[in-house]
Design a protein around this ligand. Structure first.
Ligand SMILES: [Zn+2]
Length: 297
């Protein structure tokens, strides 16, 4: 009988490995400089900080190169990828928001007339358009120029082309900030989380979705894990991401994970059992942390 063991999942879309200059960085989470090898991939590698456990690409490409990579380099390819997967991604994002306690994002926040939401890394703006139709005041940030132009021209949305910090949004502007599959791409995740904290209103929510290095698939597939890609500079676990959020002034109020086995790697019945277990016990492949700025600070 042809009994199949799990196949290797297709890796997430990424910029191909380039010869960009890179440098050794201290740990962004604990400022330590002692690391152990963790994953060796083709053309890049990850280490694990011995102080706090954060897994990071180190040496790491420079910020200027990374920003340019998204702005120009492979922007058109990225737009095609986003458009081809748009409805599937939108559906996943809506399910994720529901699991995080925002059933179509209306609960406690729509008592306000038009609560303000910012989606950082909003791609083509599909989710923002949905939210706008539900009564939200929406703003987006998308540094990939073709995707940003699409969101503005086709959807008529307010989407900014500069990285978050460069927009200088006034303090205490937003009720909710979303960052879906974004933080793992950034050179300075701490600076990013601090900026989100600054622009959120007291009591505001930060919903952050990213691959889970503590999940089953990361453990099983090692350097063949679909999220071990050149574009991902940091690979967080629930513990390390919670630590980053708490040390920047947030309270972590909810944690969800999804995805036990990668699609197409196992029979459907086995996948369903694993997916349920992953969601229940927190070993899913992707996680969402719901963090809140304390009401009184
Ligand atoms: Zn560390």
């Amino acid at each position: 009988m042809n009994r199949k063991i799990p196949k290797v999942p297709v890796k997430t879309w990424s910029t191909p490995v380039t010869g960009e200059p890179s440098r050794i960085i201290p740990c962004t989470l604990c400022h330590g400089d002692h690391f152990r090898p963790y994953l060796v991939c083709e053309g890049f590698s990850y280490v694990r900080c011995t102080g706090c456990g954060l897994v990071q690409m180190n040496p790491q490409p420079l910020t200027v190169e990374v920003v340019r990579r998204y702005q120009e380099g492979h922007g058109a390819d990225y737009l095609s990828y986003e458009l081809a997967n748009e409805s599937a991604f939108l559906q996943l994002q809506k399910l994720a928001l529901g699991d995080a306690g925002f059933a179509v994002l209306e609960k406690d926040l729509l008592v306000k007339k038009r609560p303000a939401i910012l989606d950082v890394g909003c791609a083509t703006g599909a989710l923002l358009e949905t939210l706008q139709n539900q009564g939200w005041e929406t703003t987006g940030v998308e540094i990939c120029t073709p995707a940003q132009a699409y969101a503005r021209q086709v959807r008529n949305l307010d989407v900014r082309a500069l990285p978050l910090e460069a927009n200088h949004f006034p303090a205490h502007t937003f009720d909710v900030v979303l960052a879906s599959h974004l933080i793992e791409h950034l050179n300075d995740p701490r600076g990013f989380v601090q900026e989100v904290h600054r622009i959120l209103l007291p009591g505001g929510y930060f919903l952050i979705t990213t691959p889970n290095i503590g999940g089953f698939q990361a453990w099983f597939f090692k350097n063949r894990w679909r999220s071990a890609i050149f574009d991902h500079l940091f690979l967080f676990s629930i513990k390390t991401l919670s630590q980053l959020l708490r040390s920047s002034g947030f309270e972590v109020v909810k944690v969800c994970t999804w995805g036990g086995l990668a699609a197409g790697t196992a029979p459907g019945s086995l996948k369903r059992v694993f997916d349920r277990g992953a969601k229940r016990f927190g070993f899913g492949d992707v996680m969402l942390l719901k963090a809140q700025v304390p009401s009184r600070e």
